[in-house]
Design a protein around this ligand. Structure first.
Ligand SMILES: *Cc1c(COP(=O)(O)O)cnc(C)c1O
Length: 462
Protein backbone atom coordinates (compact mmCIF):
# COMPACT_ATOMS: atom_id res chain seq x y z
CA UNK A 1 0.00 0.00 0.00
CA UNK A 2 1.21 3.51 -0.85
CA UNK A 3 0.93 6.52 1.43
CA UNK A 4 0.35 10.08 0.23
CA UNK A 5 0.49 13.42 2.02
CA UNK A 6 -2.59 15.52 2.81
CA UNK A 7 -0.80 18.49 1.24
CA UNK A 8 -0.02 16.67 -1.99
CA UNK A 9 3.65 17.56 -2.33
CA UNK A 10 5.67 15.04 -0.34
CA UNK A 11 7.17 11.82 -1.71
CA UNK A 12 4.87 8.79 -1.80
CA UNK A 13 6.04 6.29 0.85
CA UNK A 14 5.37 2.71 1.92
CA UNK A 15 3.99 1.82 5.36
CA UNK A 16 7.34 1.45 7.10
CA UNK A 17 8.67 4.74 5.74
CA UNK A 18 5.49 6.62 6.62
CA UNK A 19 5.62 5.21 10.14
CA UNK A 20 9.27 6.09 10.75
CA UNK A 21 8.89 9.57 9.20
CA UNK A 22 5.75 10.71 11.01
CA UNK A 23 5.22 14.17 9.54
CA UNK A 24 5.49 14.51 5.74
CA UNK A 25 8.14 16.84 4.29
CA UNK A 26 5.51 19.23 2.92
CA UNK A 27 4.16 19.60 6.48
CA UNK A 28 1.23 17.26 5.72
CA UNK A 29 0.09 13.97 7.24
CA UNK A 30 0.31 10.60 5.54
CA UNK A 31 -2.78 8.67 4.45
CA UNK A 32 -3.23 5.48 2.40
CA UNK A 33 -3.72 6.20 -1.30
CA UNK A 34 -6.80 3.95 -1.35
CA UNK A 35 -8.72 2.19 1.41
CA UNK A 36 -9.54 -1.53 1.31
CA UNK A 37 -13.29 -2.16 1.04
CA UNK A 38 -14.70 -4.83 3.34
CA UNK A 39 -17.59 -6.99 2.17
CA UNK A 40 -20.42 -7.97 4.51
CA UNK A 41 -18.97 -11.47 4.61
CA UNK A 42 -15.52 -10.18 5.61
CA UNK A 43 -17.06 -8.16 8.43
CA UNK A 44 -19.32 -10.99 9.60
CA UNK A 45 -16.30 -13.31 9.71
CA UNK A 46 -14.78 -11.18 12.50
CA UNK A 47 -17.55 -12.30 14.83
CA UNK A 48 -16.21 -14.42 17.66
CA UNK A 49 -12.52 -13.85 16.87
CA UNK A 50 -10.06 -12.82 19.58
CA UNK A 51 -8.93 -9.19 19.52
CA UNK A 52 -5.46 -10.01 18.18
CA UNK A 53 -6.78 -12.09 15.26
CA UNK A 54 -9.24 -9.33 14.33
CA UNK A 55 -6.44 -6.75 14.57
CA UNK A 56 -4.29 -8.85 12.26
CA UNK A 57 -7.01 -9.16 9.59
CA UNK A 58 -7.87 -5.45 9.71
CA UNK A 59 -4.32 -4.09 9.67
CA UNK A 60 -2.72 -6.64 7.31
CA UNK A 61 -3.57 -4.92 3.99
CA UNK A 62 -2.25 -1.56 5.23
CA UNK A 63 1.15 -2.90 6.11
CA UNK A 64 2.03 -4.35 2.71
CA UNK A 65 5.28 -6.27 2.61
CA UNK A 66 6.93 -4.32 5.44
CA UNK A 67 6.44 -7.40 7.66
CA UNK A 68 5.72 -11.05 6.95
CA UNK A 69 2.44 -12.56 8.16
CA UNK A 70 4.23 -14.33 10.99
CA UNK A 71 6.15 -11.20 12.02
CA UNK A 72 2.99 -9.14 12.13
CA UNK A 73 1.15 -11.76 14.16
CA UNK A 74 4.02 -11.85 16.61
CA UNK A 75 4.14 -8.03 16.86
CA UNK A 76 0.40 -7.84 17.58
CA UNK A 77 0.60 -10.61 20.17
CA UNK A 78 3.36 -8.80 22.05
CA UNK A 79 1.61 -5.44 21.80
CA UNK A 80 -1.53 -6.57 23.61
CA UNK A 81 -0.10 -9.18 26.00
CA UNK A 82 0.22 -6.59 28.79
CA UNK A 83 -3.46 -5.65 28.83
CA UNK A 84 -5.42 -6.39 31.98
CA UNK A 85 -8.56 -7.68 30.24
CA UNK A 86 -8.86 -10.77 28.04
CA UNK A 87 -11.19 -8.96 25.62
CA UNK A 88 -8.71 -6.02 25.38
CA UNK A 89 -11.59 -3.62 24.55
CA UNK A 90 -14.68 -4.90 26.40
CA UNK A 91 -18.17 -3.44 25.91
CA UNK A 92 -20.35 -2.62 28.91
CA UNK A 93 -24.02 -1.73 28.63
CA UNK A 94 -25.08 1.61 30.14
CA UNK A 95 -28.70 1.81 29.04
CA UNK A 96 -30.98 0.34 26.39
CA UNK A 97 -29.00 0.64 23.19
CA UNK A 98 -26.18 2.63 24.82
CA UNK A 99 -22.84 0.90 25.35
CA UNK A 100 -19.47 1.91 26.76
CA UNK A 101 -16.32 0.66 25.02
CA UNK A 102 -13.70 0.40 27.76
CA UNK A 103 -10.37 1.30 26.20
CA UNK A 104 -8.50 1.69 29.48
CA UNK A 105 -7.27 -1.81 30.26
CA UNK A 106 -3.79 -1.25 28.81
CA UNK A 107 -0.64 -0.84 30.90
CA UNK A 108 -1.03 2.95 31.42
CA UNK A 109 -4.83 2.93 31.71
CA UNK A 110 -5.61 5.10 28.67
CA UNK A 111 -6.69 4.25 25.14
CA UNK A 112 -3.33 5.52 23.85
CA UNK A 113 -1.87 2.15 24.86
CA UNK A 114 -3.70 0.49 21.93
CA UNK A 115 -1.63 2.46 19.44
CA UNK A 116 1.54 3.03 21.40
CA UNK A 117 2.10 -0.61 22.39
CA UNK A 118 1.75 -1.61 18.77
CA UNK A 119 4.00 1.14 17.45
CA UNK A 120 6.69 0.22 19.99
CA UNK A 121 6.83 -3.31 18.62
CA UNK A 122 6.65 -2.11 14.99
CA UNK A 123 9.56 0.33 15.49
CA UNK A 124 11.68 -2.27 17.23
CA UNK A 125 11.12 -4.87 14.50
CA UNK A 126 11.79 -2.41 11.65
CA UNK A 127 14.90 -0.92 13.26
CA UNK A 128 16.43 -4.23 14.27
CA UNK A 129 16.17 -5.42 10.71
CA UNK A 130 17.94 -2.35 9.35
CA UNK A 131 20.44 -2.19 12.21
CA UNK A 132 19.45 1.41 12.97
CA UNK A 133 18.86 3.15 16.25
CA UNK A 134 16.61 6.18 16.76
CA UNK A 135 15.92 8.72 19.46
CA UNK A 136 12.25 9.41 20.06
CA UNK A 137 11.37 12.74 21.62
CA UNK A 138 7.90 13.85 22.57
CA UNK A 139 6.02 16.37 24.67
CA UNK A 140 3.13 15.31 26.84
CA UNK A 141 0.43 16.70 29.06
CA UNK A 142 0.31 13.25 30.65
CA UNK A 143 -1.23 10.32 28.78
CA UNK A 144 0.86 10.17 25.62
CA UNK A 145 4.15 10.32 27.51
CA UNK A 146 3.29 7.58 29.95
CA UNK A 147 2.00 5.37 27.11
CA UNK A 148 5.20 5.96 25.08
CA UNK A 149 7.56 5.24 27.98
CA UNK A 150 5.66 2.08 28.84
CA UNK A 151 5.65 0.92 25.20
CA UNK A 152 9.35 1.49 24.53
CA UNK A 153 10.89 0.58 27.90
CA UNK A 154 13.62 -2.02 27.52
CA UNK A 155 13.56 -2.11 23.71
CA UNK A 156 17.03 -2.25 22.12
CA UNK A 157 16.79 0.05 19.12
CA UNK A 158 15.21 3.12 20.69
CA UNK A 159 15.94 5.80 23.27
CA UNK A 160 12.89 7.75 24.41
CA UNK A 161 12.85 11.23 25.95
CA UNK A 162 9.53 12.67 27.09
CA UNK A 163 9.25 16.31 28.13
CA UNK A 164 6.43 17.01 30.57
CA UNK A 165 5.60 20.29 32.35
CA UNK A 166 6.98 20.10 35.89
CA UNK A 167 4.20 20.06 38.50
CA UNK A 168 1.44 20.04 35.90
CA UNK A 169 0.67 16.35 35.37
CA UNK A 170 -1.30 14.14 37.75
CA UNK A 171 0.67 12.07 40.25
CA UNK A 172 -0.39 8.82 38.58
CA UNK A 173 0.74 10.13 35.20
CA UNK A 174 4.07 11.34 36.61
CA UNK A 175 4.78 8.07 38.38
CA UNK A 176 3.97 6.09 35.25
CA UNK A 177 6.70 8.09 33.51
CA UNK A 178 9.31 8.20 36.29
CA UNK A 179 9.16 4.69 37.78
CA UNK A 180 10.22 2.51 34.81
CA UNK A 181 13.88 1.70 35.58
CA UNK A 182 15.08 0.74 32.08
CA UNK A 183 17.82 3.12 31.01
CA UNK A 184 16.52 3.69 27.46
CA UNK A 185 13.50 5.70 28.71
CA UNK A 186 13.76 9.16 30.23
CA UNK A 187 11.10 11.51 31.61
CA UNK A 188 12.32 15.12 31.66
CA UNK A 189 10.44 17.62 33.82
CA UNK A 190 10.73 20.95 32.08
CA UNK A 191 10.24 24.23 33.90
CA UNK A 192 7.27 25.57 31.99
CA UNK A 193 3.88 24.68 30.52
CA UNK A 194 2.90 21.96 28.07
CA UNK A 195 3.22 24.50 25.25
CA UNK A 196 6.87 25.09 26.24
CA UNK A 197 7.56 21.36 26.16
CA UNK A 198 5.90 21.08 22.76
CA UNK A 199 7.81 24.09 21.42
CA UNK A 200 11.19 22.65 22.55
CA UNK A 201 10.37 19.35 20.79
CA UNK A 202 9.61 21.27 17.60
CA UNK A 203 12.88 23.19 18.02
CA UNK A 204 14.78 19.91 18.22
CA UNK A 205 13.22 18.71 14.95
CA UNK A 206 14.18 22.03 13.35
CA UNK A 207 17.77 21.81 14.60
CA UNK A 208 18.85 19.68 11.64
CA UNK A 209 22.38 19.02 12.91
CA UNK A 210 21.01 17.64 16.18
CA UNK A 211 18.20 15.85 14.39
CA UNK A 212 20.63 13.94 12.18
CA UNK A 213 23.19 13.38 14.92
CA UNK A 214 20.77 11.54 17.24
CA UNK A 215 18.38 10.33 14.48
CA UNK A 216 15.24 11.92 15.89
CA UNK A 217 11.88 10.23 15.39
CA UNK A 218 8.39 11.12 16.59
CA UNK A 219 5.45 9.04 17.76
CA UNK A 220 2.84 11.76 18.27
CA UNK A 221 -0.75 11.25 17.30
CA UNK A 222 -0.28 12.22 13.66
CA UNK A 223 1.70 9.02 13.08
CA UNK A 224 -0.39 6.92 10.69
CA UNK A 225 0.46 3.67 12.47
CA UNK A 226 -1.25 5.03 15.58
CA UNK A 227 -4.45 5.84 13.71
CA UNK A 228 -4.41 2.39 12.11
CA UNK A 229 -4.17 0.59 15.45
CA UNK A 230 -7.28 2.45 16.61
CA UNK A 231 -9.37 1.36 13.61
CA UNK A 232 -9.49 -2.16 15.05
CA UNK A 233 -11.77 -1.53 18.03
CA UNK A 234 -14.37 0.20 15.89
CA UNK A 235 -14.70 -3.04 13.94
CA UNK A 236 -14.65 -5.40 16.92
CA UNK A 237 -17.23 -3.42 18.91
CA UNK A 238 -19.57 -2.87 15.96
CA UNK A 239 -19.46 -6.58 15.13
CA UNK A 240 -20.26 -7.44 18.76
CA UNK A 241 -23.46 -5.40 18.41
CA UNK A 242 -24.61 -6.88 15.14
CA UNK A 243 -22.59 -5.33 12.29
CA UNK A 244 -22.67 -5.84 9.33
CA UNK A 245 -26.40 -6.62 9.71
CA UNK A 246 -27.10 -3.59 11.88
CA UNK A 247 -25.72 -0.04 11.90
CA UNK A 248 -24.10 1.44 14.99
CA UNK A 249 -22.99 4.95 15.97
CA UNK A 250 -20.02 6.09 18.07
CA UNK A 251 -19.42 9.02 20.41
CA UNK A 252 -15.76 9.88 20.89
CA UNK A 253 -14.19 12.24 23.46
CA UNK A 254 -12.03 14.27 21.13
CA UNK A 255 -8.90 16.40 21.29
CA UNK A 256 -6.43 15.84 18.47
CA UNK A 257 -9.06 14.02 16.36
CA UNK A 258 -6.91 10.87 16.07
CA UNK A 259 -9.35 8.51 17.75
CA UNK A 260 -12.52 9.66 15.99
CA UNK A 261 -10.65 9.78 12.69
CA UNK A 262 -9.88 6.07 13.10
CA UNK A 263 -13.67 5.62 13.19
CA UNK A 264 -13.92 7.58 9.97
CA UNK A 265 -11.43 5.19 8.35
CA UNK A 266 -13.44 2.17 9.57
CA UNK A 267 -16.58 3.72 8.08
CA UNK A 268 -14.78 4.38 4.81
CA UNK A 269 -13.80 0.69 4.71
CA UNK A 270 -17.57 -0.06 4.62
CA UNK A 271 -18.12 -0.81 8.30
CA UNK A 272 -21.79 0.25 8.71
CA UNK A 273 -21.39 3.27 11.00
CA UNK A 274 -24.31 5.68 11.05
CA UNK A 275 -22.97 8.72 12.98
CA UNK A 276 -19.58 9.60 14.44
CA UNK A 277 -20.20 12.07 17.25
CA UNK A 278 -17.34 14.39 18.21
CA UNK A 279 -17.62 15.21 21.93
CA UNK A 280 -15.58 18.17 23.20
CA UNK A 281 -15.13 19.84 26.57
CA UNK A 282 -15.18 23.64 26.88
CA UNK A 283 -12.31 23.74 24.37
CA UNK A 284 -14.86 23.32 21.62
CA UNK A 285 -13.12 24.46 18.44
CA UNK A 286 -14.10 21.26 16.61
CA UNK A 287 -17.73 21.57 17.63
CA UNK A 288 -17.79 25.20 16.51
CA UNK A 289 -16.09 24.37 13.24
CA UNK A 290 -18.55 21.57 12.40
CA UNK A 291 -21.36 24.02 13.20
CA UNK A 292 -20.16 27.11 11.37
CA UNK A 293 -17.27 26.10 9.10
CA UNK A 294 -14.98 28.56 10.91
CA UNK A 295 -11.76 27.15 12.38
CA UNK A 296 -10.24 29.86 14.57
CA UNK A 297 -8.18 28.91 17.66
CA UNK A 298 -8.64 31.24 20.62
CA UNK A 299 -6.59 29.99 23.56
CA UNK A 300 -6.87 26.85 25.70
CA UNK A 301 -8.92 26.95 28.92
CA UNK A 302 -7.66 24.24 31.33
CA UNK A 303 -10.36 21.67 32.17
CA UNK A 304 -10.87 18.51 34.24
CA UNK A 305 -10.45 16.51 31.01
CA UNK A 306 -6.93 17.79 30.21
CA UNK A 307 -6.16 15.36 27.37
CA UNK A 308 -8.83 17.17 25.33
CA UNK A 309 -7.57 20.69 26.10
CA UNK A 310 -6.54 21.54 22.61
CA UNK A 311 -7.00 24.28 20.03
CA UNK A 312 -5.05 22.96 17.08
CA UNK A 313 -6.42 19.51 16.41
CA UNK A 314 -3.79 18.02 14.16
CA UNK A 315 -5.61 15.00 12.74
CA UNK A 316 -8.54 17.15 11.63
CA UNK A 317 -6.36 17.88 8.61
CA UNK A 318 -6.87 14.29 7.49
CA UNK A 319 -10.66 14.63 7.60
CA UNK A 320 -10.38 17.88 5.65
CA UNK A 321 -8.34 16.12 2.97
CA UNK A 322 -11.16 13.67 2.33
CA UNK A 323 -13.86 16.34 2.67
CA UNK A 324 -12.08 18.31 -0.07
CA UNK A 325 -12.07 15.24 -2.35
CA UNK A 326 -8.33 14.58 -1.73
CA UNK A 327 -7.35 18.05 -2.92
CA UNK A 328 -3.94 18.56 -1.27
CA UNK A 329 -3.67 22.15 -2.50
CA UNK A 330 -6.93 23.12 -0.78
CA UNK A 331 -5.71 21.58 2.48
CA UNK A 332 -2.32 23.31 2.19
CA UNK A 333 -4.12 26.63 1.68
CA UNK A 334 -6.25 26.14 4.81
CA UNK A 335 -3.18 25.21 6.86
CA UNK A 336 -1.34 28.30 5.64
CA UNK A 337 -4.33 30.42 6.64
CA UNK A 338 -4.32 28.73 10.07
CA UNK A 339 -0.85 30.20 10.72
CA UNK A 340 -2.40 33.62 10.12
CA UNK A 341 -5.24 32.98 12.58
CA UNK A 342 -7.75 30.57 11.06
CA UNK A 343 -9.61 29.31 8.00
CA UNK A 344 -13.12 28.75 6.69
CA UNK A 345 -14.15 25.31 5.43
CA UNK A 346 -15.84 25.51 2.00
CA UNK A 347 -19.59 24.79 1.85
CA UNK A 348 -19.02 21.58 -0.09
CA UNK A 349 -16.40 20.27 2.33
CA UNK A 350 -18.49 21.22 5.35
CA UNK A 351 -21.42 19.31 3.92
CA UNK A 352 -19.19 16.28 3.37
CA UNK A 353 -18.02 16.42 7.01
CA UNK A 354 -21.58 16.74 8.29
CA UNK A 355 -22.64 13.63 6.38
CA UNK A 356 -20.50 11.68 8.83
CA UNK A 357 -19.87 13.75 11.95
CA UNK A 358 -22.16 15.22 14.59
CA UNK A 359 -20.75 17.20 17.48
CA UNK A 360 -21.54 18.75 20.86
CA UNK A 361 -19.67 20.27 23.79
CA UNK A 362 -20.08 19.62 27.50
CA UNK A 363 -19.33 22.06 30.31
CA UNK A 364 -17.29 21.26 33.40
CA UNK A 365 -20.44 21.07 35.55
CA UNK A 366 -22.24 18.81 33.11
CA UNK A 367 -19.15 16.57 33.05
CA UNK A 368 -19.16 16.22 36.84
CA UNK A 369 -22.89 15.55 36.85
CA UNK A 370 -22.46 12.87 34.20
CA UNK A 371 -19.91 11.08 36.41
CA UNK A 372 -22.31 11.15 39.38
CA UNK A 373 -25.37 10.18 37.37
CA UNK A 374 -23.70 7.32 35.52
CA UNK A 375 -22.38 5.91 38.78
CA UNK A 376 -25.82 6.12 40.40
CA UNK A 377 -27.61 4.54 37.43
CA UNK A 378 -25.11 1.85 36.40
CA UNK A 379 -22.29 1.55 38.94
CA UNK A 380 -19.79 2.43 36.20
CA UNK A 381 -17.12 4.97 37.24
CA UNK A 382 -16.16 7.28 34.38
CA UNK A 383 -13.02 9.36 33.95
CA UNK A 384 -13.80 12.99 33.04
CA UNK A 385 -12.97 12.48 29.34
CA UNK A 386 -15.32 9.51 29.07
CA UNK A 387 -17.95 11.49 31.02
CA UNK A 388 -17.88 14.27 28.42
CA UNK A 389 -18.66 11.68 25.76
CA UNK A 390 -21.37 9.89 27.77
CA UNK A 391 -23.08 13.22 28.39
CA UNK A 392 -22.98 14.14 24.70
CA UNK A 393 -24.13 10.68 23.60
CA UNK A 394 -27.07 10.78 26.00
CA UNK A 395 -28.21 14.07 24.50
CA UNK A 396 -27.61 13.31 20.81
CA UNK A 397 -28.25 9.62 20.31
CA UNK A 398 -31.18 8.28 18.35
CA UNK A 399 -32.74 5.52 20.45
CA UNK A 400 -33.14 3.09 17.56
CA UNK A 401 -29.42 2.86 16.69
CA UNK A 402 -26.97 1.30 19.14
CA UNK A 403 -24.62 3.99 20.44
CA UNK A 404 -21.10 3.00 21.46
CA UNK A 405 -19.39 5.62 23.62
CA UNK A 406 -15.63 5.37 23.95
CA UNK A 407 -14.22 5.37 27.49
CA UNK A 408 -10.68 6.61 26.95
CA UNK A 409 -9.09 6.50 30.40
CA UNK A 410 -9.47 4.67 33.70
CA UNK A 411 -11.00 6.87 36.40
CA UNK A 412 -8.03 6.24 38.71
CA UNK A 413 -5.86 8.27 36.34
CA UNK A 414 -7.84 11.38 37.32
CA UNK A 415 -8.74 10.65 40.94
CA UNK A 416 -9.20 14.25 42.13
CA UNK A 417 -11.79 15.19 39.51
CA UNK A 418 -13.65 11.91 39.97
CA UNK A 419 -13.70 12.22 43.76
CA UNK A 420 -15.04 15.75 43.49
CA UNK A 421 -17.81 14.57 41.19
CA UNK A 422 -19.00 11.47 43.05
CA UNK A 423 -17.56 11.65 46.55
CA UNK A 424 -15.44 8.52 46.21
CA UNK A 425 -11.83 8.10 45.22
CA UNK A 426 -11.35 5.58 42.38
CA UNK A 427 -8.69 2.95 43.05
CA UNK A 428 -5.94 1.75 40.76
CA UNK A 429 -6.41 -1.80 39.42
CA UNK A 430 -4.64 -4.34 41.68
CA UNK A 431 -1.95 -5.07 39.07
CA UNK A 432 -0.77 -1.45 39.51
CA UNK A 433 -1.16 -1.15 43.22
CA UNK A 434 2.63 -0.79 43.73
CA UNK A 435 2.86 2.39 41.61
CA UNK A 436 3.11 4.56 44.71
CA UNK A 437 5.86 2.44 46.28
CA UNK A 438 8.28 2.30 43.36
CA UNK A 439 11.27 4.68 43.35
CA UNK A 440 11.06 7.59 40.90
CA UNK A 441 13.78 8.94 38.61
CA UNK A 442 13.06 12.62 38.15
CA UNK A 443 15.22 14.75 35.85
CA UNK A 444 14.57 18.48 36.00
CA UNK A 445 15.64 20.49 33.00
CA UNK A 446 15.51 24.19 32.15
CA UNK A 447 13.21 25.40 29.40
CA UNK A 448 16.27 25.88 27.22
CA UNK A 449 17.06 24.09 23.96
CA UNK A 450 20.88 23.69 24.35
CA UNK A 451 20.43 22.39 27.91
CA UNK A 452 17.89 19.80 26.77
CA UNK A 453 20.00 18.71 23.80
CA UNK A 454 23.11 18.35 25.96
CA UNK A 455 21.22 16.19 28.43
CA UNK A 456 19.89 13.97 25.65
CA UNK A 457 23.39 13.54 24.13
CA UNK A 458 24.85 12.57 27.51
CA UNK A 459 22.11 10.08 28.25
CA UNK A 460 22.39 8.42 24.86
CA UNK A 461 26.17 8.09 25.22
CA UNK A 462 25.63 6.04 28.36
C1 LIG B 1 -5.64 11.63 24.07
C2 LIG B 1 -6.92 11.48 24.82
C3 LIG B 1 -8.16 11.89 24.27
C4 LIG B 1 -8.27 12.58 22.94
O1 LIG B 1 -7.99 11.71 21.86
P1 LIG B 1 -7.63 12.33 20.41
O2 LIG B 1 -7.23 11.18 19.59
O3 LIG B 1 -6.49 13.29 20.68
O4 LIG B 1 -8.85 13.03 19.93
C5 LIG B 1 -9.32 11.63 25.01
N1 LIG B 1 -9.26 11.05 26.22
C6 LIG B 1 -8.10 10.66 26.78
C7 LIG B 1 -8.12 10.04 28.13
C8 LIG B 1 -6.89 10.85 26.11
O5 LIG B 1 -5.73 10.46 26.68
Amino acid sequence: MKYISTRGKAPVLNFEEAMLTGLARDGGLYLPETLPQWSKDDIAALSGLGYEEAAYRIMRPFIGDAFTDAELQDIIARAYAGFGHAARAPLVQLDSNHFLLELFHGPTLAFKDFAMQLIGQLFEAALKRSGQRVTIVGATSGDTGSAAIEAFRGLDAVDVFILYPHGRVSEVQRRQMTTPSENNVHALAIDGHFDDAQARVKDMFNDFAFRDEVRLAGVNSINWARVLAQVVYYFTSAVSLGAPHRKVSFTVPTGNFGDVFAGYIARSMALPIDRLVVATNQNDILHRCLGTGEYRPDGVIPSISPSMDIQVSSNFERALFYAYGQDGAAVAQSMDALKEGGFTVSQGALQALREVFDSARTSEDETRRAIGRTYAQTGEVLCPHSAVAVDVATRLRDQATPMITLATAHPAKFPDAVEEAMGQRPELPPRMADLFDLPERISRVDNDLPAIETLIRERIAK
